[in-house]
Design a protein around this ligand. Structure first.
Ligand SMILES: [Zn+2]
Length: 580
């Protein structure tokens, strides 16, 4: 589990070779140190909608505070529905801004992008094979909590919104559990538009270095092979190439192993709770643009803008290759077989890469007098550092032919439907033999995390059992492009499963107990009647001294193995029908 992971806590390493940030961007340059309010952002998109026939401002749902969340679609004559866009042969780029309103670089970059694509002869051609969907401000409630200062380490703008939404949720942890109305709106839009590429715009937290942009590509070992190949061989080189030409230093996003980069850097594992981990489950490559917090706001906006243009350029030049990679990936996701539902870092593997940083050192803190880290900006330093970014399956599970969910678990069934999964219902009462997990040991975080007590290190032991289903119980048939999402949310051992997020906690509690003084006589009877039970009981007494001294534990041992014990205790109520 990576509960401490923080997708904005980054630094980065690099490939480009520019010692200093230099913009040679021509007319389309952002200047200044202020970012508009939500009302101003919407006003500017409304004006663009009125000025340009090729664009339209739509509403996709509500923020938790009741405000509308918008989507600005630029489709250059191919209509404003995914069907009309696809019919014209175009792919779709989806850009989400303001998920963390304290990091508004993308909000301003996308305003510039929208205008440039519709008004600049230089950039208009990028729309030839691609439609662009822009969420101007996803976390409206957070954006309205403006202040100068909630990002203590950030270099501007002068005022900006707050990370939490109206319910103080981090929306970049909410994609699967979907507590917020914001997530309902974004998920609905993503499922409706089914974009081919997805960008979520951010600003880093973390150490100092010379990169203006850090690229947080979705963990590509988790993508189906054709998309991984497209990401590694086409998209990433294309993005670096563009940024190099614009003389903007970009490197991959990383987690530092220690405070200074010398000892090694690790790639980020974006599980499905994050936007980019989520889009990966639907065969859509996602990445986060992470502009470096210590660079001036205008440089960050311009770097984000250029990365958006770079993405469009790659999409424009590789339209059919991207279509084909996605189609193959969707077919692979729908096929039977064994699928990974959890990944771990391959610590045996690393590459050496060139990192463009500054000399780091320690000096006495003026506050604590203890040694403190500092970076010396007058002393740029290029160094080779170990880079670990290979993830391997930690748990693989055979895909069933279907999952069956009792209708009592309404919250889960509704979420499946909202994420675009087809739900069928039993029309009559049915007896079935299914594979059911009994939940064994698991760990739980000690403090609430995003409104939940998250479980991890879950043990689940499968057993074949008969179940009596009722008319109206749900069945999810597999063999579809949504299969990865279904498995990673319904398999209880997956790190972002709904079990992990606590949606099934009520099956973990035993409801009935016994009075020892009454059960003593029944327990003695049970032991006398059942030689196998007697044998197991005696063996436990012989081998476990604490048990042998604990009268209540001995009664409970017999109770658990008696007809009086509740059969559903810790039985996970999503069943598997084997067979694919
Ligand atoms: Zn962020």
């Amino acid at each position: 589990m990576h509960l401490s992971f923080h997708p904005c806590r980054h630094v980065v390493l690099g490939i480009a070779l520019f010692a200093q940030q230099q913009f040679t961007l021509g007319q389309w340059v952002f200047q200044g140190d202020s970012t508009p309010t939500w009302e101003q952002v919407v006003g500017r998109y409304k004006a663009l909608d009125q000025q340009h026939r090729m664009a339209r401002l739509l509403e996709i749902g509500k923020d938790d505070n009741g405000s509308p969340i918008h989507l600005f679609v630029i489709a250059d004559g191919s209509g404003f529905t995914p069907d009309s866009v696809r019919a014209s042969g175009k792919n779709i780029l989806f850009i989400n801004n303001g998920i963390h309103p304290g990091e508004p670089d993308g909000v301003d970059a996308s305003l510039l992008l929208a205008k440039a694509l519709m008004e600049s002869d230089q950039y208009m051609g990028l729309l030839a094979h691609t439609a662009v969907c822009i969420v101007p401000m996803y976390n409206v409630g957070g954006s309205q909590q403006r202040s100068c200062c909630s990002r203590a380490n950030q270099n501007g703008p002068a005022e900006y919104g707050f990370r939490g939404n109206a319910r103080n949720l981090d929306l970049n942890r909410d994609m699967v559990k979907m507590d917020s109305r914001n997530a309902e709106a974004l998920v609905a839009a993503l499922r409706y538009w089914d974009p081919d590429l997805f960008i979520d715009t951010h600003t880093t937290d973390g150490a100092d270095h010379r990169y203006t942009m850090n690229l947080l590509l979705t963990q590509d070992d988790k993508l189906e092979e054709p998309l991984k190949a497209f990401a590694q061989q086409v998209l990433v080189p294309g993005l670096y190439n563009w940024m190099d030409r614009k003389e903007i230093l970009m490197g991959p996003y990383y987690e530092g192993v220690h405070e200074v980069p010398d000892s090694g850097l690790v790639g980020f594992n974006d599980t499905p709770r994050y936007t980019t981990g989520y889009t990966g489950l639907f065969q859509c490559i996602g990445f986060m643009s992470e502009a470096h917090m210590l660079k001036p706001f205008a440089d960050r906006v311009n770097a984000t803008f250029q990365l958006q243009l770079a993405t469009l350029s790659v999409m424009n030049e590789n339209t059919e290759a991207l279509k084909s990679a996605r189609a193959k990936a969707k077919a692979m996701a729908a096929s039977p077989g064994k699928f990974a539902i959890d990944w771990k870092l391959d610590t045996a593997y690393h590459e050496e890469i060139l990192f463009h940083g500054y000399m780091a050192g320690y000096k006495p803190s003026a506050v604590s007098k203890l040694p403190r880290l500092y970076f010396d900006r007058s002393r740029p330093r290029d160094m080779m550092v170990p880079w670990q970014d290979k993830y391997v399956p930690d748990l693989r599970v055979v895909k069933p032919s279907a999952y069956v969910i009792r209708q009592a678990w309404r919250q889960v069934i509704q979420r499946l439907e909202k994420h675009g999964v087809l739900i069928e219902r039993y029309s009559a009462d049915t007896v079935l033999t299914v594979e059911a997990y009994r939940i064994g040991k698991f760990e739980t975080v000690k403090q609430p995390f995003e409104g939940h007590y998250l479980h991890y290190s879950v043990e689940a032991v499968p057993a074949s059992i008969p179940v009596q289903l009722q008319a109206g119980d749900a069945i999810v048939r597999m063999g579809k492009e949504t299969d990865r999402f279904v498995m990673e949310t319904l398999e209880p051992q997956a790190p972002d499963s709904w079990f992990a997020w606590g949606f099934f906690d009520s099956v973990l509690q035993q409801k009935e107990w016994f009075s020892p003084f009454v059960f003593e006589d029944k327990a003695a009877e049970l032991l006398a009647k059942d030689p196998a039970l007697r044998e197991a009981f005696d063996a436990r007494r012989a081998n476990d001294p604490a048990f042998a001294e604990d009268g209540w534990a001995q009664l409970y041992f017999i109770y658990q193995r008696s007809p009086y014990f509740e059969p559903g205790h810790k039985v996970y109520p999503v069943y598997r029908i084997p067979g694919l």
